[in-house]
Design a protein around this ligand. Structure first.
Ligand code: NAD
Ligand code: DAU
Length: 345
């Protein structure tokens, strides 16, 4: 690996990967290719912007000409694809952009990888492809049963990755990460939403009874998992990157409020997300066998994350304007009104 195209590298996990790779592998050239949608943010890449082994190119993975040019200009041999529409609630409001990027975009990237002789293609996927897991733990060979338009589009893209390996012999690896949190996460996802809202003493909209279960993974651990799979994963294989730390949403919410020193009456139980998966759970034995280990407990990761949002209001306050507020109103105003008087102490 010499020249790595990191698509979606201006987003939350992608930018952590870029920052990590630029420092960890000074001999690699890291080229970030990103459309800069509402979720893409060059502020996330400020820590590496002057590094000699880092470049940024603005482009859409579904734009064949833009992809071809980036591959040729930078003599790319490796692709790590983070680019996606990533928020389940937005996919319920409108799924067009999800099909465009998570399905068509992945196909274009794969097809140009085949044409360009790319030596390694790592695709970043999600535990949501397995669907709701009422009990037990998903292993890599389990069937897909995606339930949200987001999860379905990720499953579609992933199946195309499999097809390009089997049919065209492309050297692919897939990672399936669990719920990831940490610094630089766009404040639509539950942890940064609740932390930033609580800082401002605003209500925290917990969907339904809050007894849904998610498996939490600190962003640095997700990125080291991808690094491990990229360098050591077997071609054609998929690897779960699981935090193996299952929590009920309501417990996570209380933990955030305690960490921030805010009262529990900020909690509002609002009408549930449509089609809401109750539980995700995976085991990471296959990746562990390659030498990966999780470094951060949830307690440590949450404390670091709270501190980061407290110390970096410059980063999130300017996001919570304009398009963000339009989305917030569409997603939450009616829900919060329906929850009036249902606060929890
Ligand atoms: P994010 O929404 O923060 O970032 C997505 C990035 O992709 C943004 O920079 C955006 O500008 C870019 N992008 C979107 N459409 C594009 C396009 N057509 N062409 C080029 N760039 C485009 O997402 P994230 O939370 O960092 O997730 C990154 C990847 O990891 C996604 O593929 C997601 O499905 C997967 N994943 C996320 C989690 C999680 O908990 N956040 C867990 C498992 C897997
Ligand atoms: O599991 C991996 C997935 O995790 C990734 O593939 C997705 O890209 C990522 O967004 C995340 O999906 P979730 O839907 O699990 O994350 P989110 O932060 O949106 O919600 C986490 C849980 O919190 C979920 O059960 C819904 C609940 N929730 C979320 C929001 C935004 C609330 O109760 N209230 C909220 O306002």
């Amino acid at each position: 690996m010499k020249n790595i195209l990191v698509t979606g590298g201006a987003g939350f996990i992608g930018s952590e990967f870029v920052r990590y790779m630029v420092e960890r592998y000074p001999d690699y050239h890291i080229i970030c290719f990103d459309k800069l949608t509402y979720a893409g943010n060059l502020d996330n890449l400020l820590p590496v912007s002057d590094e000699p082994n880092y470049r940024f190119e603005r482009g859409d993975i579904a734009d064949r000409e833009a992809v071809r040019q980036a591959l040729e200009t930078h003599n790319i041999d490796t692709i790590v694809n983070f680019a996606a529409e990533s928020h389940v609630d937005r996919s319920i409001l409108a799924a067009d952009a999800f099909v465009h990027t998570d399905v068509v975009g992945v196909y274009i990237l794969l097809d140009e990888s085949k044409n360009h002789g790319i030596e390694r293609f790592l695709h970043v996927s999600t535990d949501e492809v397995y669907g709701d897991i009422p009990q037990g733990f998903s292993a890599e060979g389990d069937a897909f049963a995606p339930n949200s338009p987001y999860a379905a589009s990720k499953a579609g893209g992933e199946l195309m990755v499999r097809a390009y390996h089997v049919t065209h012999g492309l050297n692919t690896v897939v990672t399936r990460g669990s719920n990831t949190y940490g610094p630089y996460q766009y404040p639509e996802k539950v942890l940064p939403l609740f932390i930033t809202e609580a800082i401002d003493d605003r209500p925290l909209p917990v969907y339904g009874d809050g007894k849904q279960v998610r498996d939490w993974l600190f962003v640095h651990d997700h990125v080291t998992g991808i690094d491990t799979a990229l360098h050591k994963g077997e071609a054609g294989e998929a690897y779960n990157i699981a935090g193996e730390d299952l929590r009920h949403n309501i417990d996570v919410t209380h933990m955030l409020l305690a960490g921030l020193g805010k009262p529990a009456d900020l909690i509002k139980h609002v009408p549930d997300r449509e089609g809401h998966d109750r539980r995700y759970a995976m085991q990471a034995d296959k990746l562990r066998a390659l030498g990966w280990q999780r470094e951060y407990t949830f307690e440590r990761g949450v404390a670091l994350t709270i501190d980061w949002y407290r110390d970096n209001e410059w980063w999130w306050r300017k996001i919570k304007t304009g398009e963000y507020m339009d989305y917030y109103k569409r997603q939450y105003m009616a829900r919060l009104a329906a929850a009036e008087g249902s606060s929890e102490s």
